[in-house]
Design a protein around this ligand. Structure first.
Ligand code: C2E
Ligand code: SIN
Ligand code: SIN
Ligand code: FE
Ligand code: FE
Length: 409
């Protein structure tokens, strides 16, 4: 009797835990922050050393997120492994493809000893490139309650209390599937948020729609990675950093939303702007701040702050300077804000934005060579840019370059 009771107690505890972690994931809106959290919780629940998420994208399963304690623990806080361009076809030849196609959870006890009669084989690409040994695998479809599968969650190498690799327990499956179900719903919602942000920019016809998506995705990613390292250097806790990043990416993506108000003849001019045109162009920072003035979501306030300040410069030569009333007409520019008067979000976006503007081709300019761009950024340290941010930028430059290569124009 006592035994039964304690088993039931355990069940209740686990269900309670599941409810709590579900609660933790459902408030996240940024897709990357969400995938990060899903993997953390699913791995904790199953004591898995690693995990990966694939999401459906363009009729393929696209690798989106990876965590691995054995490999990544020692390293820095920003992580270029997140930014690889890897897709798996949707067929039954791979494990993740098989799970997606059949909609069934798959437990594998030994990845190097898979029955020859099954349609899938295990791809040891990751083991080979990272010199890691995958043994046990738990691969679960991310299925919403309406039955739509948005991707696949793969957990790698379950561990016992001593850290030995063991097989995934069939008892865990029902819980993990339930969790995956909630995760799928959150993923669908976060994908929708991201798509809405991108759509807002397209509707605004900011640029050629081909150019808009990659540019804002890159600026968002550079910015959160720089922030993560900067805040870590300042001794901030990982939890706090992640919470901030959840809003920061989206807000950073919207830095140029105020360009909606700029006419196409100026915005899309394939040549240098006249000084009069440039004065009009500069108003985009105030127009953006107006757009986000009525906070309806957590990121509005941050988006307004970034919009208003992303063209300020560390040495005080930027624009628009201190403005008391952003609604005052006509818009007047004042002496630029200086140093830490400029919010940290905007100091980071300033560097992300200029790096991306220089390294890419624009309608009005050619792409610069990488060396030219990096020399320019060094030269502008302490002038245009916060020297501390420039330092972090170079510290994590491999991550920056990986982001640039992932979101191609
Ligand atoms: P953007 O294209 O996103 O560029 C962002 C910032 O990158 C610029 O802010 C500037 O600080 C830097 N940047 C871009 N291209 C160059 C360059 O060739 N040399 C240098 N040294 N820096 C560069 P800025 O100047 O405040 O411009 C804001 C926005 O105004 C730009 O956003 C772009 O949309 C527009 N813009 C600026 N100049 C021109 C131009 O000559 N022609 C056109 N059509 N648009 C321009
Ligand atoms: C990322 O967006 O790259 C990581 C998300 C997080 O750590 O919150
Ligand atoms: C892959 O990385 O190619 C697929 C991984 C898997 O099928 O487990
Ligand atoms: Fe801008
Ligand atoms: Fe920009």
């Amino acid at each position: 009797m006592g035994k039964v009771q304690s088993k039931a107690d355990k069940e209740i505890l686990r269900i309670n835990k599941l409810l709590k972690i579900t609660e933790k994931i459902t408030h996240l809106k940024d897709i990357e922050a969400l995938l990060d959290r899903i993997l953390i919780e699913a791995r904790k629940f199953t004591s898995a050393d690693g995990g990966t998420i694939y999401l459906v994208d363009n009729k393929k399963l696209r690798f989106r997120y990876v965590q691995n304690d054995s490999l990544f623990k020692a390293g820095r806080h920003s992580n270029k492994h997140l930014y690889v361009d890897h897709s798996v076809p949707i067929d039954q030849k791979s494990i993740v493809g098989y799970v997606y196609k059949t909609g069934k959870t798959l437990i594998i006890d030994d990845a190097y000893n898979i029955d020859k009669s099954v349609p899938y084989t295990c791809n040891h690409r990751f083991d080979e490139t990272a010199s890691y040994k995958t043994k046990s695998l738990l691969t679960i479809p991310l299925r919403t309650s309406r039955g739509r599968i948005v991707g696949v969650l793969q957990l790698i190498n379950a561990q016992d209390k001593k850290g030995n690799i063991v097989i995934f327990s069939p008892n865990d499956i029902i819980y993990v599937e339930h969790f995956a179900n909630n995760a799928a719903i959150a993923v669908e919602r976060a994908k929708m948020t991201r798509a809405m942000v991108l759509r807002m920019m397209k509707v605004a016809e900011l640029r050629d729609p081909k150019e808009t998506g990659p540019h804002v995705n890159r600026v968002g990613s550079y910015s959160i990675e720089i922030y993560h390292q900067w805040a870590h250097n300042k001794g901030q806790s990982v939890d706090k950093i992640k919470q901030f990043k959840d809003n920061f990416r989206i807000a950073a993506m919207m830095h140029d939303m105020g360009k909606v108000a700029i006419s196409d003849t100026i915005l899309k001019k394939p040549a240098k702007l006249t000084s009069k045109e440039y004065e009009i162009m500069k108003t985009h920072v105030v127009m953006g701040a107006r757009l986000f003035n009525d906070p309806t979501s957590d990121w509005d306030e941050m988006a307004a702050e970034i919009s208003l300040n992303h063209h300020e410069k560390w040495d005080g030569t930027g624009y628009p300077g201190k403005i008391d009333d952003i609604f005052k007409e006509p818009i007047e520019f004042h002496p630029g804000k200086k140093g830490e008067e400029i919010p940290i979000t905007a100091r980071i976006v300033a560097l992300s934005d200029v790096y991306d503007a220089l390294i890419s081709k624009r309608s009005y300019k050619d792409a610069w060579d990488e060396k030219q761009v990096l020399d320019y950024i060094k030269e502008q340290s302490g002038h245009h840019f916060d020297p501390e941010i420039v330092e972090v930028f170079f510290d994590i430059y491999d991550v920056i370059a990986a982001i640039r290569d992932t979101y191609k124009d």
